[in-house]
Each structure stands twice: as C-alpha cells, then as structure tokens.
Design a protein around this ligand. Structure first.
Ligand code: GDP
Ligand code: IMO
Ligand code: MG
Length: 431
C-alpha cells in the first residue's frame, strides 16, 4: 500500500453509505503522506481508529492527527462546529495526542450554530415517518444557510462588530421561524455571540488561509491525503436523494472543499466494507431484516460512532458500489471487515435489482425502484476460518480469495488491501 500511494496525492472515499472503516485506513496510510485533509461534512462523521486497544473516534479532526509530524487540515468545505471541535481537541490532548501547530482550520469554513442543530431536530420531528434519520448535528441546516447566503464563516468571528450585527440579524430571522412555525422557544443571539467570541479565541491559533497553506505545501512537494467523510451513496447529488447528507461526498468534492485543483488529485482510493451497512432511513435493497442481519450487527459492532444508533446490515451490493466507483473514478479499493464474514457457510453478493420484471445492474435514479426492488444474488462459498490474524496474502483461505476476486471482477477494480480487524495492525497488503 505504501508503495502504491507514495508520490501521489490520494483521495480516500467511502463507497457505500458511510462507516466503511475510513478512519482506520486513513490512520494507516498517513505514514506515507505529509498532510491529511477533511474537505466536507462535519461532526456527523465518526471515524474510529484503534491503536493498541485504545479507541479514538474523530468527528471533525482528520484521522491523521494520531501520527507524529503530520499536518491536519480542516478545509473550507467542512461544516465546523467549534464546540465539538474544542471537545475533540480536549479529548485528544487527554490521551497525550499533540494538537497544536499540526492542525489548520480554513477561515472560509462555515460555522454550525445552535440554531442549526435546533432546526435539524425540529425538521426531523416534523417529517415523522418520512424522516431522514440525520445525526442531528446541524449539518443540513448549516449547508442550507451556506447556499442561501445566510451562513457565517470562521473568518467572520474575527471582525467582532460585523459578526455581532450579522449574528443578531440571522438569529432574529431564525427566531421568527422557531416561534411562529415550530412553536419553539426563541434563542438569545447575545448568549450565542458571547460563547462564539470565546470559541474564536480558543481556535484562533489554528485558523489560517488553508488554500495558500496547501498550495505552498504542494509546491514544496508535500503529499496530501484527502479524508472523505460519509459514503458515496449519501452524496447530495448522486446518493439516494433525499435520504442523503448535504455535502459532496465524491472525489470531486475534495477539490471543491479545499480549493485545490482537481489536477492535484492523482489517485482515488475507495473504502468498502465486506457487507453493507446504513444508519438512518432510505433505500437499502440488500438489507437483511433477519437473524443474520442481527448477527452481522453484533459481530461487526455495527452501532453508530457518532449517535450510537444500530446500523442496518445486509449483503455487499455491487450495483450501488459500481455507481460509487463510476462517479468518483475510483482507481482501487480497500476491503474492510472481512473477518466479520468468517463464520458464514455461504455469502451472497447483490448483482442486480429486480423491479417489475426488469433487472437493473446499474444504479437506478428512481426512488421507487431503489425502495421496492428485490435484490438478485450471486452466491459464493464462505471460508469458515478465522481471518483476523491474517497478515500475509499467501495465507488467505481460497474461498476468501474467491470472494475478493469475484467482487474485483464485477466492480472492475483491484482490492489493494484487506482489513481483518479494528486494530491498526490488522491488515493484509494484496499488492
Ligand atoms: P468510518 O466512519 O468509515 O471511519 O467507520 P466507523 O469508524 O464509523 O466504523 C467502522 C467500525 O469498524 C469501527 O468500529 C472500526 O473500529 C471497525 N473496523 C474497521 N475495520 C475493521 C475490520 O477490518 N474488522 C472489524 N471487525 N472491525 C473493523
Ligand atoms: P462517516 O464519516 C454513516 C447519515 C445519517 C443520515 C444521513 C443524513 O462516519 O462514515 P446528516 O446528519 O448528515 O444530515 O444525516 O446521513 N450519515 C452517516 N451515516 N456514516 C456517516 O459518516 C454519516 N454521516 C451522516 O445517518 O442517514
Ligand atoms: Mg463512521
């Protein structure tokens, strides 16, 4: 893996509905890079890294922070919740992880305010059965304000009079909606102003022009790893709309969310789990609503790293992953959580969606097809051996090799690395 990524700026993205194990793989790859950048999403993400039995869950700070002598950047495309960020910094420091000159925050990033979280909560409650199942971190409302040109950015915090006037105006407007539409309590702009002025001072050492910082780094031949959050099927344009997040999760989002030219992204690495999971509502054709689904949830520890919610589980879906590969031009993949399938006698791979006598092998745009279709499966034999201690490709059981090769063939990409357990060391390089 080190050899294949060396010399190229790499964008790492999830190929399913999130939680593919991106954090763990970013932590491993970080060794080959100088700068690790988050470019979209916010604290809706939960990236887990386990090092010598110690667990770290990163929400806003790139997973590269755990390695020494690396620089982490929170790009302009991130929805930044300063409260969450400061908590995360605190937790890392308590665990003796340095956070100082190795963290940069874009002055152009949009801030998440308490009203964003409130609107996230109220809008979900209002939707009832139709709810998206958001993380309630205020992400959708923050990006809505950004696009509606009502957002407040990090840089605004440092022009106190301008910030005060702008926040006052925005909160007054939000209060009208809160009180008149939702019958909720009004929020105090003054309290918010005081709190955010304090946050501003605390985050000041990290704030800079990250576009210039990264441009200079590129000119100095530094290597950048872009850490995608969420998963391609949650992408605002190409995901299972409206059951999606509100940012551009694809590799293209890395250029948009950092100000770096797309020409500077040399490689796109897709992270995919050996089966599928999804948190929240929305179509999931290969979902297992049975004891096997429950088994995968338990064995895989499939509970949200951000919200603790149980994740829905099902078989690997090649129709959805092929779509994800196409929209980001994925070069190769890492297959995670192979160990979770160790006990299966037979493994199913979803290769098509059947709807009204038609079989779709390309991801359909129609929500009704996605929701009501029946999965078409190909079956392969399981290996029924413990893979968690595998470190060498030559020891991979033949049935596991067959499963990987079958996926590679259907998806048209190579699997570079296998992950066989949550710990940093539990990987097998395939090339
Ligand atoms: P992310 O959001 O893509 O970074 O993924 P999450 O951290 O939300 O979820 C992945 C979960 O699987 C975490 O609890 C990881 O510790 C765990 N994990 C990662 N890779 C493996 C693996 O290969 N095997 C097992 N059993 N667990 C893994
Ligand atoms: P990582 O980076 C899994 C899901 C939510 C919900 C939808 C919209 O850890 O893979 P939002 O709060 O973003 O408005 O919620 O998106 N979602 C995730 N699911 N992993 C994530 O991040 C997610 N971030 C958001 O569950 O269905
Ligand atoms: Mg996660």
């Amino acid at each position: 893996m080190e050899n294949s990524t060396k010399g190229s700026n790499t964008c790492l993205i999830g190929l399913q509905w999130g939680d593919e194990g991106k954090g763990k793989i970013v932590d491993i790859l970080t060794e080959s890079f100088d700068i690790i950048v988050r470019y979209q999403g916010g604290s809706n993400a939960g990236h887990t890294v386990i090092v010598d039995n110690e667990k770290f869950v990163l929400h806003l700070i790139p997973s590269g922070i755990l390695r020494k002598n690396k620089c982490c950047v929170i790009g302009s495309g991130v929805a930044l919740d300063p409260h969450q960020l400061l908590e995360e910094i605190d937790e890392l420091r308590k665990k003796n992880i340095e956070v100082g000159n190795n963290l940069r925050i874009s002055e152009l990033a949009h801030l998440v305010f308490p009203y964003h979280k409130k609107f996230d909560e109220l809008s979900e409650s209002e939707k009832g059965d139709e709810k998206i199942g958001t993380t309630r971190r205020g992400i959708g409302p923050c990006y809505t304000d950004k696009m509606a040109r009502n957002g407040i950015r990090v840089a605004d915090l440092y022009h106190t009079e301008h910030f005060k006037q702008r926040l006052k105006k925005v909160v007054e407007e939000k209060n009208k909606i809160l009180v008149r539409l939702y019958d909720a309590e009004a929020l105090s702009w003054k309290d918010m102003y005081d709190t955010y002025c304090e946050y501003a001072e605390q985050i000041r050492p990290f704030v800079c022009n990250t576009v210039v910082f990264m441009d200079e780094a590129l000119k100095a031949k530094k290597k950048i790893l872009f850490e995608g959050a969420q998963g391609s099927l949650l992408d605002v344009d190409f995901g299972t709309y409206p059951f999606i997040t509100s940012s551009s999760v694809t590799a293209g989002g890395a250029a948009v969310g950092t100000g770096i030219s797309p020409k500077q992204i040399h490689k796109v690495l897709g992270i995919m789990k050996s089966y599928t999971t999804r948190v929240g509502s929305g179509p999931f054709p290969s979902e297992l609503n049975d004891t096997l689904g429950e088994y995968l949830r338990k064995k895989g520890g499939e509970y949200g790293a951000t919200t603790g919610r149980p994740r829905r589980c099902g078989w690997f879906d090649t129709v959805a992953v092929k779509h994800a590969i196409m929209i980001s031009g994925v070069d190769s993949a890492v297959l995670t959580k192979l160990d979770v399938l160790d006990e299966q006698e037979t493994i199913k791979i979803c290769v098509g969606y059947k709807f009204s006598d038609k079989v779709y092998d390309l991801f359909p745009a129609d929500l009704a097809v996605r929701t009501e279709c029946q999965p078409v499966y190909k079956e392969v034999p399981g290996w029924q051996k413990d893979t968690s201690k595998l470190r060498d490709a030559k020891d991979i059981p033949p049935q596991a090799k067959n499963y990987i090769n079958t996926l590679e063939k259907i998806l048209g990409i190579r699997v570079e690395m296998l992950s066989v357990g949550p710990d940093r060391g539990q990987v097998v390089n395939l090339i």
